[in-house]
Write a protein that binds this ligand. Structure first.
Ligand code: FAD
Length: 377
């Protein structure tokens, strides 16, 4: 039977990035994913915010043109609020290309990646799969998404609060649209969150997300209703792709690590509770996760895992969790209309400034540098 230092379950961005960092530290790393191809079953719009692109080396050719304007609409769709930045704030990635790039980077660093292999269970260092022989592993990284099985098997915390999101993606004819991010606050189509259209001049992504229990029909029906007259939507010029999945929005989980393993990305609840963005968090958290795992595996000292403390991250997110609850409290179209109206005109200046800080701000998630002991690179 094979023995490895680390099994990483999940070849999403969190798993592949963590695997690359661990393999760069000469650890013997095996990554498994149940998907047969990383270009299939994509669950994200792929909007990367400016601060992520400044911090991580994503190749430019995998990113669409920059988007600087956000338009916020009430349920009536009348009189949207326009918020504009002087910089490119959002770029939508070719996610199949990004996963392929992250896959190659992990493999070049020395990790072995097995696709079409499902993690089944782990106990006392023995990890079993469907589609591959079991292995012995010193440590498991659960990067297996919002409904993490690894979290349950290791007795770590699990996500309990979710939005569910769905979107369609299609190409648009060049020069026919103005790049913008249209956000619709309407609890009838997106209870507790937003409907969106992001069009960067090459592709349009039209989506909705919300609390599943508050949806009057399934998310796919709501998406079809929304897409029929979504603001800023351009005519498709190519095939439609459908994407969707759960989004954990209860904040980073408290108990993320134990001597058998740790969690990263969605499995750790590392999604901004307010914006539901998880790509920046999963990359940043992977850096800390890898650094903690390396220290622990080198020393065998369980106290090394204390640095990976979900409770500390949660404290930094109190404000965002509060705003999430306020967002979730907008339950009627009248309340949503009033909330957008509060941002209009001179009286709405302070509200617009808060919205701009959330949408265009420099804060990052989680602030991993603060969690490192003094003196570490
Ligand atoms: C519709 C939608 C749109 C979104 N849009 C954005 C956005 O534009 N910007 C943003 O920042 N965030 C967005 N998010 C959130 C973001 O996509 C996620 O937070 C992020 O992709 C999480 O990455 P991950 O690697 O942790 O998890 P995932 O990408 O979910 O990867 C988990 C992997 O684990 C694998 N897996 C699961 N169980 C097993 C098993 N038992 N055995 C083997 N493999 C397994 C899965 O196949 C999957 O490949 C969106 C989410 C949704 C649902």
């Amino acid at each position: 039977m094979h023995t490895v230092d680390v099994v990483v379950v999940g070849a999403g961005l969190a798993g592949l990035h963590t695997a690359r960092l661990l393999a760069q530290q000469e650890l013997n790393v095996l990554v498994v994913d149940r998907r047969r191809s990383l270009a299939s079953g994509i669950r994200t719009t792929g909007i990367f915010v400016r601060r992520t692109l400044e911090a991580f080396d994503l190749p430019d050719h995998l990113l669409g043109p920059g988007v600087r304007d956000v338009l916020l609409y009430p349920p009536s769709r009348r009189g949207p609020i326009r918020l504009s930045s002087g910089r490119d704030e959002y770029r939508v990635a070719d996610m199949a290309g990004v996963y392929e790039y992250a896959h190659k980077a992990a493999v070049s660093a020395g990790a072995r990646v097995l696709l079409g292999v499902r993690y089944a269970c782990a106990a006392r260092g023995l990890v079993r799969f469907e589609g591959a022989e079991p292995v012995r592993a010193r440590f498991i990284v659960g990067a297996d998404g919002a409904y993490s099985r690894v979290a349950r098997d290791l007795g770590l915390d699990v996500n309990r609060r979710f939005l569910v999101g769905a979107e369609i993606v299609h190409p648009v004819a060049s020069g026919t649209t103005t790049p913008a991010f249209h956000c619709v606050l309407d609890p009838r189509v997106a209870p507790g969150y937003l409907g969106w259209v992001i069009d960067d001049g090459r592709h349009a992504h039209v989506g909705v997300a919300g609390y599943p229990k508050a949806m009057r029909t399934g998310v796919r029906h709501l998406l079809d209703d929304f897409a029929a007259d979504a603001p800023g939507r351009a005519a498709p010029t190519g095939p439609l792709e459908r994407r969707g999945g759960p989004i954990p929005v209860g904040g980073v989980l408290r108990r993320l690590a134990c001597p058998e393993g740790l969690l990263v990305g969605d499995s750790a609840g590392a999604v901004s509770p307010l914006t539901a963005g998880g790509l920046d968090p999963c990359l940043r958290m992977s850096e800390l996760a890898a650094s903690v795992a390396v220290d622990y595996l080198r020393t065998g000292e369980p106290s090394m895992l204390d640095r990976y403390d979900g409770g500390a991250f949660r404290r930094r997110f109190r404000g965002r969790l509060l705003l999430r609850n306020m967002f979730a409290g907008i339950r009627s179209p009248v309340a949503a209309e009033a909330a957008v109206a509060l941002l209009r005109g001179p009286a709405g200046r302070a509200g617009r400034a808060v919205a701009e800080r959330i949408l265009f701000g420099d804060g990052s998630f989680p602030d991993v540098e603060q969690a490192r002991p003094a003196g570490r690179a």
